[in-house]
Design a protein around this ligand. Structure first.
Ligand SMILES: [Zn+2]
Length: 284
């Protein structure tokens, strides 16, 4: 087994198995204000967790933002993963870091990106609505809540949307797990549990078991705030079911009514005009 920094990329560690196999990657700190993923990744680095086969790469994606205690330095590191966007951005810290990581992301076969949320305490998957991502989330079976994103992220390109990961015909697959809220003490443990489960299932250490409690929510569209005075009228805990016509928020004094029997996911605290306030999803 060898460990080290592939191609000298800082904050990336790689461990080789004793025989050929897939290249797995576990990432944290794609958002600098989400320490749970960092803690899980560093714990695995400390323990020199080696893959049964192939290669395991552990990465802290945006340590520069974390050093400042911020979500990002110049632009959201989880909204920029398209080659033409990366090539044309010569100024942001995040695009430079993404270009540094890009060769690695073009090689890896299976990725788990660990995140946390502002509000939503329950852990859940965020995945592109593709057969291969649904299959991986189903095989892991935990967390049992899955948020499906048809076409990928609604306002940019996630790390897990990059390149081959969005190609339904290519086997490379990447999923995100939201591990609880940013500041909850439990979130780091959830992130480590998600990482262990990922390694166990992908490497076939444990059989994939059907989980009857899996719930899937398909994203329909974002609810965009029209004013800087957008106030939710429902709990901000995420995955809140609402009925058609129910007033779910006030936007500058205007009621926002549910356009159907839907579920509200990923509420954003204090959205500004033009920002996504939350996502309308439907159970599927
Ligand atoms: Zn995040």
């Amino acid at each position: 087994m060898t460990a080290g920094q592939p191609e000298g990329v800082p904050f990336v560690w790689s461990f080789e198995g004793s025989r050929p196999g897939p290249h797995l990657m576990i990432a944290g700190l794609t958002h600098g204000n989400e320490p749970a993923g960092r803690d899980a990744v560093l714990r695995l680095v400390e323990k020199s967790v080696r893959p049964l086969a192939g290669r395991l790469t552990l990465a802290l994606v945006n340590p520069a933002a974390a050093a400042l205690g911020r979500r990002f330095v110049d632009r959201d590191m989880n909204r920029l993963w398209r080659d033409d966007w990366l090539d044309e951005d010569s100024s942001s810290v995040e695009a430079a870091r993404a270009r540094e990581l890009r060769p690695l992301l073009r090689q890896v076969d299976v990725v788990l990106d660990l995140h946390t949320t502002t509000f939503v305490a329950r852990p859940f998957f965020v995945i592109a609505d593709l057969a291969k991502t649904r299959a991986l989330a189903d095989r892991m079976a935990w967390p049992p809540t899955q948020q499906l994103m048809p076409g990928g992220c609604v306002d940019g390109r996630h790390l897990t949307d990059y390149g081959r990961f969005s190609d339904p015909g290519h086997p490379a697959v990447a999923v995100t797990v939201e591990c609880g809220t940013h500041d909850a003490a439990a979130s780091a443990g959830v992130a480590l549990e998600a990482a262990r489960r990922f390694l166990d299932v992908v490497q076939g250490r444990v059989p994939a078991r059907p989980n009857a409690s899996i719930e899937r929510f398909r994203t329909k569209e974002p609810c965009i705030a029209l004013t800087d005075r957008f106030v939710l009228r429902i709990p901000s805990t995420g995955f809140v079911a609402v009925r058609q016509g129910e007033v779910v928020a006030m936007d500058g004094g205007r009621p926002v009514e549910a356009p159907g029997d839907l579920v509200i996911v990923s509420p954003r605290p204090d959205p500004r005009a033009g920002q996504t306030a939350f996502l309308w999803c439907e159970r599927c």
